[in-house]
Design a protein around this ligand. Structure first.
Ligand code: PSU
Ligand code: MN
Length: 328
């Protein structure tokens, strides 16, 4: 109900910046996002690591703008999230997007553990899935669209390299719409870990978890969604049950775009080998592998990446619109 959302927002606002209506605690909302949340309109959160570390300039800027346009054309308000000069921002201007896109990897990749540090040092931070989920939930956004989530890395049983995206999904009630997890990761262990965290993993139009560049991973999911309405009902049930966990909604890459899957797989193998040889680990591993895979495939992986992002934005926006209708 719109009035409930409004009172929830004004309660939350009471805390820190009472003089400025566009802050919730330390988090700054754009006027458009603030208005949409207050009135119970459909809002879709978007991350910024993908802009700064996932794609080269200028494709990163073009894609960020196109994704926002797709969200708008489907009746929802886009809320791209990043930390700018120490201020966590929900909803960016075109100038903000340009700045992030041009700075690229100079902007620190910011997962949950890095948020306080970046704020305290008044730096810029490109938020990963975990940090974006956290900030989206602070301001009451339930739907978040991205490309792929982090997961349990291959050999994770030895390195303990498990993305904080997975623990965030275990404790933050935001639905993440993605194309699954890349096969640079250990997908079966990623799904096991999500089960341990109590996270419902649903696949859109299929019963199989997709592997980002390809439609299939060989792993089944426990929930299937066949329409935006079903997605919205799942999110609504998760919230009303007060489970406290997030949801992972995996949308397979469109068939036409997944053809180069085997070429990409061999590039992934090569990039992983190089990362091991160069001793690139921790938070640097994912950006390194993504960049190398793109170089090795001559841009084919970037084209697939952009195509699946657009498709996720389309599906996620429709789900967000249905969710807003359910809550009216
Ligand atoms: N997977 C992708 N593209 C990405 C990422 C993951 O296919 O851009 C980014 C997301 O921001 C994700 C982060 O949250 O990498 C995970 O990093 P790590 O593996 O260090 O947790
Ligand atoms: Mn990691």
């Amino acid at each position: 109900m719109a009035s409930t959302a409004l009172s929830r927002l004004s309660n939350l606002r009471g805390h820190l910046q009472p003089s400025n209506s566009n802050y919730i605690g330390l988090v700054k909302l754009s006027p458009e996002v603030s208005d949409a949340i207050s009135h119970g309109k459909a809002v879709v959160a978007l991350e910024s690591t993908i802009i700064c570390h996932g794609m080269p300039y200028p494709q990163n800027l073009e894609t960020a703008m196109e994704i926002e346009a797709i969200v708008r054309n489907n009746g929802a308000v886009p809320a791209t999230i990043a930390i700018l000069d120490g201020v966590p921002c929900v909803g960016l201007t075109l100038e903000d997007l340009e700045r992030l896109a041009k700075l690229g990897s100079q902007v620190q990749k910011t997962a949950r553990r890095d948020i306080a540090h970046i704020v305290a040092k008044r730096r810029n931070g490109a938020t990963t899935v975990s940090a974006t989920m956290f900030l989206a939930s602070v301001v009451g956004i339930s739907v978040f669209v991205t490309g792929g989530i982090g997961g349990v890395h291959r050999h994770g049983e030895q390195t303990m390299d498990i993305s904080s995206d997975l623990t965030e999904l275990g404790k933050t009630p935001v639905a993440v719409i993605s194309a699954g997890a890349k096969s640079i990761l250990d997908i079966p262990r990623t799904l096991e870990y999500l089960e341990t965290q109590g996270v419902c993993v649903a696949a859109y139009g299929t019963d199989e978890f997709p592997a980002f560049f390809t439609e299939k991973s060989g792993c089944k999911v426990s929930s299937c969604i066949d329409s935006p309405e079903e997605g919205a009902r799942l999110i609504d049930a998760n919230v009303k049950l007060n489970l406290g966990t997030g949801l992972l909604i995996a949308v397979p890459i469109p068939k036409e775009q997944s053809a180069s899957g085997s070429i990409i797989e061999s590039a992934i193998q090569k990039a992983l080998k190089e990362a091991r040889e160069k001793n690139i680990t921790g938070s640097a591993e994912t950006p390194f592998v993504l960049t190398r895979v793109n170089e090795l495939t001559g841009g084919a992986s970037l084209a697939s990446n952009i195509a699946l992002l657009k498709n996720n934005a389309l599906v996620g926006s429709k789900i967000a619109v249905c969710l807003a209708q359910l809550r009216e």
